[in-house]
Design a protein around this ligand. Structure first.
Ligand code: GDP
Ligand code: IMO
Ligand code: MG
Length: 430
């Protein structure tokens, strides 16, 4: 029963979308299992660039069936406009090719307003969320007062559920945050129209994928965000509100244990983070500008969803070993190796120091990362442009040494590296 899971091994934006696109060539089903439109997954095919927030990146391959699992929270406005833009780009996409779990939860303008109000109230302690209403939507789900997509199938009860939800949101907005209430009738009208447009997409994703796996079809699960943003296993409280880690794929798609085969951890050749929270190997100044880029290239380090500049640093092996353990990674894909070209030397954070002690692994998980400073190993850089490299042998020796060192230190075999954003710019490593 071959389920392959693609998971972010860092703080998101590792290049999961392009790795999912690559692996989807061999998949029958491609399924998103967590998060919402806080995600931004970029796939570049020739002169076309897709920036997907909710739809699984693998649907760009027309032979696949896309699925969105119960672990996802859905903003219907984003979903419907994304379906339109994917279609406009020439990819056939209709209710026969995309199924969304009846148990996925809805994001409403109420959740977005609460996200903004809560961030404002946090002041200097703000998380730096994407303001997409993710936290409040999952909070309602956990509080058992959320609205599931399945409720859209019965217009009468859906309208009533929205009414109750908006009453509660408006109470919270006014009483807790002295924010403006929403116009409930306008939101209900808007959402009843979404229900009409979405009803054919809503189905039983758990059964669909379980049956597919039973009959030997290949399912590829696409994670959003990354291990260090995992609600339980990330840098809490600077995390998202879902489970990006590999186990989240089983919960978030409604699959039983034991069907997974490959768990592919995607990591950049360096480290980035967008939003607040600890980042021991963060760098500043000219080296940061070099890793981030200036924004002139589409792959420069500015958020796909929010456009915010990403914080950058050297790759961190303490955290990558942790991601290997939390996810049970069977392999690594290292993206953006090309960005390191031209650096005199490249650094790898191999351990942490705190209070005169050296730590190879985190004593208490990543939440108190702020207390540690990085211990670096320095490797020689390489000058060559990697853009045209397609084989292991064609990579400069220093780039190969770098990858082998990451493999050795992380304890996870590196199977792929990418040398540019385009679909073909991949080096497979035997
Ligand atoms: P995701 O959220 O994990 O899917 O990653 P994003 O799409 O948010 O961010 C990754 C960015 O890096 C996108 O702009 C990709 O096009 C780009 N990218 C991915 N792989 C490579 C690579 O090997 N080289 C370069 N230069 N850009 C890449
Ligand atoms: P992809 O799937 C990078 C970050 C936000 C913030 C924190 C909480 O493209 O890798 P949220 O809106 O989820 O409540 O914000 O999580 N974050 C991401 N960072 N990539 C993402 O998605 C992210 N999704 C959320 O910046 O720090
Ligand atoms: Mg992204």
């Amino acid at each position: 029963m071959p389920l392959d899971i693609v998971v972010g091994a860092q703080w998101g934006d590792e290049g999961k979308g392009r790795i999912v696109d690559l692996l989807s060539a061999q998949a029958d089903y491609v399924a998103r299992y967590n998060g919402g439109d806080n995600a931004g997954h970029t796939v570049t095919v020739g002169d076309q660039t897709f920036r997907l927030h909710l739809i699984p990146s693998g649907v760009i391959h027309p032979h696949t069936i896309g699925a969105i699992g119960n672990g996802v929270v859905i903003n219907p406005a984003t979903l419907l406009s994304e379906i339109e833009s994917v279609r406009a780009a020439g990819v056939p996409l209709d209710a026969n090719r995309l199924k969304i779990s009846y148990a996925a939860h809805l994001i409403t303008p109420g959740h977005r307003a609460l996200d903004a109000a809560q961030e404002a109230a946090r002041g200097g302690e703000a998380i730096g969320t994407t303001l997409r209403g993710i936290g409040p939507a999952y909070a309602d789900k956990v509080a058992r007062s959320g609205i599931r997509l399945g409720q859209m199938l019965d217009v009468g009860t859906f309208g009533e559920a929205l009414q109750v939800h908006l009453l509660s949101v408006n109470q919270r907005l006014q009483e807790l945050y002295t924010a403006e209430p929403l116009n409930a009738q306008a939101v209900i009208k808007e959402y009843l129209e979404y229900a009409r447009q979405m009803k054919n997409y809503i189905g039983d994703v758990s059964t669909l994928l379980s049956e597919a796996l039973k009959s030997g079809k290949r399912v590829l699960a696409e994670g959003a965000q990354g291990t260090l943003l995992d609600l339980d296993h990330g840098t809490y409280p600077f995390v998202t509100s879902s489970y990006p880690s590999a186990a989240g794929a089983l919960i978030g798609l409604g699959l039983g244990l034991g069907c997974e085969q490959r768990v592919v951890g995607v990591t950049k050749a360096f480290q980035t983070r967008v939003g607040a929270g600890p980042f021991p190997s963060e760098v500043f100044g000219s080296i940061a500008e070099r890793l981030r880029g200036t924004g002139e290239h589409p792959w420069d380090e500015f958020g796909t969803t929010t456009g915010r500049p990403r914080r950058v640093g050297w790759i961190d092996m303490v955290l990558l070993r942790y991601a290997g353990r939390i996810n049970g990674l069977t392999e690594l894909a290292i993206t953006k190796l090309d960005i390191l070209s031209g650096l005199e030397e490249v650094k790898i954070c191999v351990a942490y120091k705190a209070d005169g002690q050296t730590y190879q692994n985190l004593p208490l998980g990543p939440s108190d990362l702020g207390a540690f400073s990085p211990v670096y190993e320095t490797l020689p850089g390489w000058r060559e442009d990697l853009w045209e490299c397609r084989t292991w042998e064609s990579l400069p020796p220093a780039a190969r040494s770098y990858i082998l060192r990451v493999e050795e230190l992380s304890g996870v075999p590196v199977r792929l590296t990418s040398v540019g954003p385009e679909r073909e710019q991949i080096v497979e490593i035997a």
